[in-house]
Design a protein around this ligand. Sequence first.
Ligand code: CA
Length: 222
Amino acid sequence: MARILLIEDDRELGKLLLGILERAGHEVRLAENGVRGLVALRENPPDLVVLDLGLPDLTGDEILGRIRASQDLPILVLTATRDLERKVHLLREGADDYLEKPFHPEELLARIEALLRRHAAGKQLAVGALVLDLEAGRARLGEAEVALSPRELAIAALLARRPGRVYSKEEILNAVWEEAAPRSNALEVHLAKLRAKLGEIGAGGYLRTVRGRGYALLEPRE
Ligand code: CA
């Protein structure tokens, strides 16, 4: 179940889509113009927005820009255009997907669900049974969880994106410290803390030190 904000001024289409999405188990708010859509977005943040580009008050681009300025959520745009350049522009401006009118409502539902899955997956990284929740800043193994500092999370995420790949200290420093890399042993300190925290949830064995080469995250063998 997701909370969906549907911004659509065509009443018949709006009601039709509302019914289909609700029957699929989603909680839907229908806004009939752009201003109401932006108010609903602020007062009751949804998990996903379906945005009709042809609204009576604000342009779709304005709304897209305002949503993107404040929120990271999937946006599916409904458009009447068959113009390729326009579609490319919309995707660049932050739409995650689009559907041309007229469309089959079942296709809208399928695309919404694919977007929600993709969005949820993008917030988590898994190495075997160890899960990093990038949004919550936590590492999880089974039922056990521990909070990571932003730096610890960044190091763990770098290693987790390619499990088993050994990263040298220099590679980690370059990837994780945007400002000039620290001269002291800051990296070792963060790695030691990360190892201790993973140890707290029984995942200490995931962080490997490869002597003389660097560090990797890998599921330990039994
Ligand atoms: Ca319209």
